[in-house]
Ligand binder design. Structure first.
Ligand code: UDP
Ligand code: MG
Length: 319
């Protein structure tokens, strides 16, 4: 039985990478299956990414294009791609060829042999900078400690998902699309293929450390409530110390008379607890902010146009 493969391709200012991507990926896909589609999401690019995609579509009719009304971020773009993909399996990929298309035949084979999810696992991060390696390692450690859900280390969005997995992922209603977590939440039987992640073929990464930090915060707060408990535990610990300290003062006053307490120790205790309280409030604020955003039910993405065989008119769609 020939099964259809869908590639989901988020593109943001990727004008330089697009032609190269299709040149490499189309022969690979044709060798694996006679039926495939590539759902490209133009995530509000400011360059000629959309025109480049349309030019490619003239050559390869398997290309579908979803044009967003503005930039919504990679996770929103992947959500749209997954929503519109019609294949029996879906593979999200980066357009910069950092997800090697040569892995696709092996992933499809493992899928046909019965795996529901095939994860591409980075075997070494030697190309990453020192700081990136450390922070990435730290993120997985902290996330997996805090959250009941465990996300596999060094696995990105590049993976093959069977239709039943895709349908589960589609059913998650949340606005904060921390895809690494959502994809892991679906569960199912996973197989792995190892690879060495090449550096970007063209252009520049869209991530910087501030974005990565916020992404990590989104991830942790979407999947764990542990940070909310930190203040409770801190409260208990400091209360115990405070009681001991009070007992000591009472003892001293009763047996040695009244002492004049030191100003520096008073000041440092006040400052310390001021800090602890502000941090606790901040943590609560992070969660309330996210509840606020979720409760508004704003769309994850807004589509300006879909370029597809069935639907090539200008439409305004949103999810
Ligand atoms: N991307 C996107 N919207 C964004 C940022 C990135 O659709 O706001 C796409 C980008 O075009 C690429 C993929 O997401 O296909 C991965 O981006 P990038 O290569 O910058 O991330 P990295 O590989 O450095 O993690
Ligand atoms: Mg990349």
């Amino acid at each position: 039985m020939n099964r259809k493969i869908s590639i989901v391709l988020p593109c943001y200012n990727e004008s330089e990478s697009i032609d190269n991507f299709f040149e490499v990926v189309i022969p690979v896909l044709s060798s694996v299956s006679s039926e495939f589609e590539i759902v490209c999401i133009n995530d509000g690019s400011r360059d000629d990414t959309f025109e480049k995609l349309k030019a490619q579509r003239k050559k390869f009719s398997q290309i579908k294009i979803i044009d967003f009304s503005k930039n919504f971020g990679k996770d929103a773009a992947m959500t749209a791609g997954i929503d519109f993909a019609t294949g029996d399996c879906v593979i999200p990929m980066d357009v910069d060829l950092q997800d090697p298309p040569e892995l696709i035949p092996e992933m499809v084979k493992l899928w046909k042999d019965g795996a529901d999810v095939v994860l591409a696992k980075r075997e070494d991060r030697s190309d990453d900078t020192f700081v990136k390696k450390i922070t990435a390692g730290l993120f997985y450690k902290v996330f997996n400690k805090l959250s009941d859900l465990k996300i596999p280390e060094n696995v990105g969005d590049f993976r093959l998902m069977d239709r039943k997995v895709v349908d589960v992922v589609k059913s998650f209603p949340e606005r904060t699309r921390f895809m690494k977590g959502l994809l892991a939440l679906a569960g199912f039987k996973a197989a792995y293929v190892g690879y060495k992640r090449p550096s970007r073929a063209h252009g520049q990464s869209k991530w910087n450390y501030w974005k990565l930090w916020n992404y990590a915060l989104d991830g942790v707060t979407s999947f764990s409530t542990f940070p909310l408990k930190i203040s409770t535990y801190l409260g208990f610990i400091t209360t115990i110390f405070a009681c001991l300290y009070i007992a000591k003062i009472v003892f001293k006053v009763l047996f040695y008379g009244i002492d004049v307490p030191g100003y520096p120790s008073l000041m440092s205790v006040i400052l310390f607890f001021g800090g602890v309280q502000l941090i606790s409030l901040g943590i609560i604020g992070e969660y309330i902010g996210r509840i606020f955003i979720e409760s508004k039910h704003r769309p994850i993405y807004v589509i300006r146009e879909i370029v597809d065989d069935k639907n090539s008119s200008d439409v305004l769609l949103q999810k």
